[in-house]
Design a protein. Structure first.
Length: 115
């Protein structure tokens, strides 16, 4: 099975602004989305899947207004490595950490194991 990797680098991105613009478009269109997918169609990122992994470099322990809607079930990896120094070895470490996680999507471990 072929795996597809999508890398998003957000420059001058503002998650709150993206949500506000989506709401403005919804009001302008006169619609009332009844589910998350309906709202998601108005986001800038509507054409890409929600991220599975968010890597936060530079020793910061915050998401910094990044993809506020999209990262609800994203695994967040924090590292002290600064972005310019984030190399293949640092990426391998982040991926190894990610693959060790139990993806629960809002459920408990017991709920996942019971499926």
């Amino acid at each position: 099975m072929e795996k597809i990797v999508i890398l998003n680098i957000a420059l001058n991105y503002d998650g709150r602004d993206e949500i506000l613009r989506a709401v403005e478009k919804i009001v302008k269109d006169g619609v009332a989305p009844k589910e998350e997918e309906g709202f998601k169609r108005y986001l800038d990122t509507r054409a890409i899947p929600d991220p599975d992994l968010l890597i936060r470099t530079g020793g910061e322990w915050r998401i910094s207004n990044f993809m506020l809607w999209q990262i609800v079930y994203t695994e967040i990896y924090f590292t002290d490595v600064l972005w310019p120094d984030f190399d293949g070895a640092a990426l391998d470490t982040a991926i190894a950490w990610f693959t060790s996680r139990q993806r629960r999507y809002g459920m408990t471990g017991e709920q996942i194991e019971g499926k």
